[in-house]
Unconditional design. Structure first.
Length: 156
């Protein structure tokens, strides 16, 4: 159902031709990069957090992770990820398929600057065996993002 919801949302922008469905899992960055046949850093992973008890999502490059001090400076609170068993209920997609497309209303979407170094990125598409190929401009257009932020550090 989540995949269908994301697909219907993407159709409104005429980008459904860019959606890919796989016979293998794309739930992790590593699995997604293999399924798509791209570098892990080109996977645009969507993380879900609670800020003042309200859910938000942040889309970041696959080779990055949240920097707690940068996150706190941006959101004025400690990074608090949504517990796995609540992600689908609060965001609208299951873990492994979380993306900014077809999510529940009033969820703020942020894009991390770690994505800006790419011309093409591959976010999930609502399921643990899907992705969509997007330019950064297309991601901006269809994600309904609030703003670009800088909340990541390198994974070492």
């Amino acid at each position: 159902m989540s995949f269908i919801k994301a697909k219907e949302y993407i159709k409104k922008y005429g980008l459904e031709k860019n959606i890919m469905e796989f016979t293998v899992s794309s739930a992790t960055v590593e699995e997604a990069a293999k399924a798509v046949n791209c570098k892990e850093e080109e996977i645009a992973k969507t993380l879900s957090f609670l800020v003042e008890e309200k859910p938000i999502v942040i889309v970041i490059a696959g080779d990055k992770k949240i920097d707690n001090s940068k996150y706190k400076a941006e959101f004025h609170s400690k990074a608090k990820m949504i517990p796995l068993d609540n992600v689908e209920k609060l965001i609208g997609h299951e873990v492994g398929g979380v993306c900014p497309f077809g999510i529940k209303e009033n969820i703020q979407v942020y894009l991390d600057i770690s994505l800006k170094r790419f011309s093409i990125v591959y976010p999930a598409c609502g399921s643990s065996n899907s992705a969509i190929k997007l330019t950064i401009e297309e991601l901006e257009k269809i994600s309904n993002y609030k703003k670009w932020i800088d909340v990541c550090k390198d994974i070492s």
